[in-house]
Write a protein that binds this ligand. Structure first.
Ligand code: GLN
Length: 279
């Protein structure tokens, strides 16, 4: 079987299973196995596929047929132009979250930064690598997730301090910027999501409690004790959660508060300044 045939058969196998991005997914898995670029592929598409390529490729196609996300099969997702390792213990970094990082990157200059629910570490590590914070701390309640964050931190040279902690539980000191993309999906909504997310991404990284807002309430209630005067609290939010989250922050003394939209035009980020405005 030639390389061209191998790629085509894999694509068909995914399409038969109703996988929408069959062509893209099959190509990603093919290039992951063979190491071939597009140009390399066109050069070698008529040649016989190496037996070890065939074996490894079919193994990955079988995983994808079981709706394992492509990123968990290749073990990687790009975020802010940086390659982050992922596995089944962490949320796969989303493009929406880049809106949050881009919004706070200029605010992190020379500042002490804390990232709660760090997962892969994508927020904390991007801020540390692409920006110039004084220091950057990331926390996660999941030891398995922290292992992934530690790996990414080493690979990307983030220099982030990573702590196993349920939100602020083991955090010490104060920060100028607290940032978080906490789990924010109500369980009822998770059940309606695509199988890739519902069955393969960690529920602990998705489930935000009955109304999806548990983590915002907890973080807003405690963040004041860890923020310097004039410090910033910045969240990623679900598209319909902006009003509620803003209200929690207003009541807790944040002012001014602003929202940012994602590339689809939905509210995605809420940012507030702590305790400087006079009521
Ligand atoms: N902070 C990580 C991310 O944005 C993980 C978020 C989470 O687990 N809810 O991808």
């Amino acid at each position: 079987m030639t390389n061209g045939e191998l790629l085509r058969l894999g694509t068909d196998a995914l399409a038969d299973r109703g996988i929408l991005e069959a062509k893209t997914d099959a190509w990603i898995l093919f290039s992951c196995v063979t190491g071939l670029s597009r140009a390399g592929y066109y050069l070698h598409s008529g040649e016989d596929a190496l037996p070890e390529w065939q074996e490894a490729y079919w193994e990955k196609i079988e995983m994808r047929k079981r709706r394992v996300p492509v990123q968990q099969i290749t073990g990687e997702q790009e975020f802010m132009g940086l390659p982050f390792s992922v596995n089944e213990n962490v949320l796969i970094p989303r493009q929406d979250t880049e809106v949050l990082v881009e919004a706070v990157l200029p605010m992190a200059e020379g500042k002490r930064v804390l990232d709660l629910c760090t997962g892969t570490g994508c927020i904390a590590i991007s801020l540390a690598v692409l920006g110039t914070p004084e220091c950057c701390v990331g926390t996660d309640v999941s030891r398995e997730a922290l292992r992934v964050a530690e790996h990414n931190n080493r690979q990307l040279g983030g220099g982030v301090s990573l702590i196993e902690s349920d939100l602020f539980e083991r955090v010490r000191g104060t920060f100028d910027l607290i940032v978080s993309n906490p789990p924010y999906i109500p369980p009822a909504v998770i059940n309606g999501l695509e199988e890739e997310v519902r069955e393969h991404e960690p529920r602990i990284a998705l489930d935000g409690g009955e109304d999806g807002l548990d983590f915002y309430r907890r973080i807003v209630a405690e963040a004041g004790g860890f923020l310097s005067p004039g410090g910033i609290l910045a969240f990623e939010i679900g598209h319909d959660q902006g009003g509620e989250v803003e209200r929690y922050m207003e009541k807790a003394g944040y002012c001014p508060i602003c929202r940012r939209k994602d590339y689809a035009g939905h509210d995605r980020v809420v940012i507030g300044e702590y305790g400087l405005c006079r009521q």
